[in-house]
Design a protein around this ligand. Sequence first.
Ligand SMILES: [Zn+2]
Ligand SMILES: [Zn+2]
Ligand SMILES: [Zn+2]
Ligand SMILES: [Zn+2]
Length: 434
Amino acid sequence: MDVPTTNVELVPEKETIKEGKEGCPAFHCDLCDTEIVYKITRVFLPGLAAACVDNTTGGLFRSPASVAVDMRKEMIDYLTQRSESFVAETIILEGGTNTEVSDHPYDIISDFVDDFASSKRNFFSRVSGWLLSEKREDNIDDFIQEMEENRFWLTDRREVIAQTLLKNVDLKNTFHCDKKFHTTEELAEHVVNCGFRSLNCKNEGCTVVVCASKLETHDSACPFKIIPCEQKCSDSIMRREMDRHCITICPMKLVNCPFYSVGCQSTIARCRIQQHCSEDFHLHLVFALQNIHKGATEEDLKERVDQIVKSAPGQLEASRDVRSLTIKVRDIDAKLGPLECTPRKDSEDSIETANDIMDKSTEAINKALEESSNKVGTESIEAAIEESSEPGNSVTEKSTNTTNKVGGESPKSAMGGSPEAGDSVTEKWNKATN
Ligand SMILES: [Zn+2]
Ligand SMILES: [Zn+2]
Ligand SMILES: [Zn+2]
Ligand SMILES: [Zn+2]
């Protein structure tokens, strides 16, 4: 007959517990950071193997396997006990001088495992360099493999231990959830939103499982995530394929202009070569002509370009490489007869185009030096002469600088083609002919 009374008494008592002991509700969220749990799980077998090997080395009748079962039990007890008394340990450490100790749960638990394994070394394992020997390493590796093959201490069992240890030493709740609830309903509601709940990465091909709060971080580096091309072509590529895409098939890969070898130094996205070749068509023609009429001035070439374009409308624009353009230009150019070069003033005798200077630079520079009434620093002349045997820009610039000081007039008009490219050529040209 006590039942109703008990019930009546129980209900308010429960209420009292809820409201009175707000700080310790009964239902705990048990979720942990799966990544760290897995990491901890992986230190157990090597630790146990080391303990078993070092405990039985030198013994004739005991193998690591013969002590493994007992050793595992001891190890679990030891780790549990150490982790439970970890708070006290921390306080002692903080009071002491050793402040270098990591407070990361993985490091803490790894240290426990190491301490346990060290405590199991027998007399033989303590002497004669055994601990540093390769044989010991091999024995430990072999025994780890043996345990795995015999499914001796399976991952899910180790995970349970790892979670318990983690909760004991993760005092800052960085890697496990410490939320508590008054009812199972509240708990259930929390668990589906808990930051520590495990989620599979959704990117196709990725098998990573992370806790919800870290999914975004993982996603931002996941090798399987499909992301837009880094070179901004229209493709989207798996992150791990990006580098290869960018240096191989990406249409936005930067390449040299097809007329690079004759002087166009533009770098263009592969897909824009056609556009560049159309836009800078006149410029490329000038470069091709330069090869045919070495020594002609910009003015001469400019006129010739106009003549060539007029005499063969639409025939040259399609050329996408130096060879085909040069062949066509050579043909048309030959039909136009010899190139009429602008007569030069005496003072300009020494002024040659960059090409000419490059071809017979020493002679030209010496000649220029002789004829010039201006004083030119011998150093720069010597340098120019020295380097003049090498092809390349530096030679052109140096020779140019030298001849600049000799005097002469510069052709002012820019060449045809795009204003930008035309300007840069004119600049070079002016430099070279000045
Ligand atoms: Zn939680
Ligand atoms: Zn992923
Ligand atoms: Zn691309
Ligand atoms: Zn070009």
